[in-house]
Design a protein around this ligand. Structure first.
Ligand code: AP5
Length: 212
């Protein structure tokens, strides 16, 4: 199964992708996570992309496409993969399509107000990567990861300025992918405003209809 999760910032792509990856036993590839890991390890790639992420701007197409295609070319993805956050522009989608194709594209729909609220409430664990939300999914102990007890942090691009920029970038450059994949009859819509467990069930019933 080769799956793309598409949706605005904080629509729940990462939350759902890790659950689906576990359920299907296939890898979850998040370009945002790849970039953040490289930034924290101060690699060459990290140095190049840092200012884009910090400012809520998209990383140039050539860079992100090379990162993803290299990863897919070198790894063992015979059982498939879940891409979360790539492609995010029409040129990225066209480059990707030269070598790879998706079986389905899941479009997680949420409104702008929800995006901004979820971004302001998101807290992440710098150690194990677990994601929480002070409004919707708080940790058991305030500010501490349920899994590894590490102090939770706020992502650098989760401030109001960068968040508004990310939403603008999304509308201008990523939203056209909805029509792009719809025309290829690959797009399936899910209501991202439901609780995470229901969103997950809806996605599973789309990609694996025999189990529901
Ligand atoms: P990336 O990390 O992909 O950021 P994003 O697309 O803005 O998505 P988010 O990570 O903010 O949100 P999400 O949809 O994964 O939601 P989550 O599950 O965390 O990219 C970061 C940056 O990297 C980009 O800005 C860009 O600079 C660069 N980049 C990455 N890919 C690129 C590309 N292809 N091209 C160019 N540049 C690229 O959930 C959000 C919050 O809501 C959490 O707190 C969660 O607990 C909560 N939540 C989730 N689901 C629900 C629910 N159903 N109900 C209530 N709360 C929920």
């Amino acid at each position: 199964m080769k799956l793309l999760l598409l949706g605005p910032p904080a629509s729940g792509k990462g939350t759902q992708a890790s659950k689906i990856a576990e359920y299907l036993g296939i890898p979850h590839i998040s370009t945002g996570d790849i970039f953040r890991e490289n930034i924290s390890m101060k690699t060459e790639l990290g140095k190049i992309v840092k200012s884009y992420l910090d400012n809520g701007e998209l990383v140039p197409d050539e860079i992100v496409t090379r990162v993803v295609v290299d990863k897919l070319d070198k790894g063992d993805y015979r059982k498939g993969f879940i891409l979360d956050g790539f492609p995010r522009t029409i040129p990225q989608a066209k480059s990707f399509q030269r070598n790879y194709e998706f079986d389905q594209v899941i479009y997680i729909e949420v409104d702008d107000e929800t995006v901004m609220k979820r971004i302001s409430g998101r807290r992440v664990c710098p150690n194990c990567g677990a994601v929480y939300n002070v409004y919707f999914n708080p940790p058991r102990y305030k500010g501490r990861c349920d899994i590894c007890s590490q102090q939770l942090i706020t992502r650098k691009d989760d401030n109001p300025e960068a968040a508004k920029k990310r939403l603008r970038e999304y509308k201008e450059k990523t939203e056209p992918l909805v029509e792009f994949y719809d025309k290829q009859n690959l797009l399936r819509r899910v209501n991202g405003l439901k609780p995470p467990e229901e969103v997950f069930d809806d996605i599973i019933s789309i990609i694996n209809p025999t189990t529901h």
